[in-house]
Design a protein around this ligand. Structure first.
Ligand code: G1P
Length: 271
């Protein structure tokens, strides 16, 4: 029932400079696939049929990657090596692109998806967060909660207190074993975080979020924050938080990126 997803991939990737000056962090290799492919595959496995990627001037590699390379295909065909094209297995899904001309924050990037979404509930996947699952993809876990309540649902993870200032942090009432009903949300709290429940980059929203994103002012870091849109949405709708089952890797963090590489490599070696 959730068929559309927005993937905002317009950030500068400042934590990964200098390499992110020329290679978008979404294109960092993880084995033979770029990071963003994991996120696109997760969307497809969760039932998504159309994706809008919000990119910026320096992200053309992403657009090229998901396109056909006719030259390469003709070359492989001549050499009778077309099977090699299957190896990277580029996902077959309709991807739309739009550019965010100025990096004004996540809230602004999502707002650019308003006409794409066209008044339907939709998903958001942040491509920094790669979440490997055992049973069900993380977005699908949220869609299952959405199907039950028909209200917005966001992905949560319990985070050590000292790192909470890097996340959106919720205040909520426990609703079931692994779901909360939000009563408040704060972006990157410097002091007194309302809980240890941090937002990770998976969301399902009702289209009402756009009305709120149209109204918000610049927030922390001088950016339009998705979190501020959610805070405003709480005045008129419920938002649920679901603890995500899965291992999350933040590819903007060198530590997590290396851990993910090691994990994928050791899995490849062990077949
Ligand atoms: C964004 C969101 C934040 C969320 C985080 C998850 O922050 O603004 O609420 O907790 O993603 O990765 P960013 O990491 O882009 O600064």
């Amino acid at each position: 029932m959730i068929k559309k997803a927005i993937i905002p991939a317009a950030g500068y990737g400042t934590r990964s400079l200098p390499i992110s000056k020329v290679i978008p962090k979404e294109m960092f290799p993880i084995g033979i696939k770029p990071a963003i492919q994991y996120v696109v595959e997760e969307a497809i496995e969760s039932g998504i049929e159309q994706i809008l990627m919000v990119v910026s001037r320096s992200k053309n590699l992403i657009v090229d990657y998901f396109d056909h390379s006719l030259e390469l295909e003709a070359f492989l065909e001549r050499k009778n090596k077309m099977h090699l094209m299957d190896a990277p297995n580029i996902p077959d899904i309709q991807i739309h692109y739009t550019r965010q001309p100025i990096a004004k924050g996540l809230g602004d990037a999502i707002r650019l998806g308003k006409s794409f979404v066209n008044d339907e509930p939709f998903a958001v996947l942040l491509p920094d967060d790669i979440i490997l699952h055992k049973h069900s993809p993380s977005l699908k876990q949220l869609i299952d909660v959405f199907t039950k309540y028909k209200e917005s649902v966001i992905g949560l993870q319990t985070v050590d207190e000292k790192y909470l200032n890097q996340y959106g942090v919720i205040k909520g009432k426990k609703h079931s074993n692994d779901t909360y009903r939000l009563t408040d949300i704060v972006e990157k709290p410097k002091i007194n975080p309302p809980s240890q429940l941090a937002v990770i980059g998976r969301y399902v929203f009702t289209p009402m979020i756009f009305e709120q994103l149209d109204k918000i002012k610049r927030g922390i870091g001088g950016e339009y924050q998705l979190t501020d849109g959610m805070k405003a949405l709480l005045q008129s709708e419920n938002i649920y938080g679901k603890l995500i089952e899965g291992q999350r890797y933040d590819i903007g963090s060198m530590d997590d990126y290396m851990k993910l590489l090691n994990f994928v490599y050791s899995n490849m070696k062990n077949g």
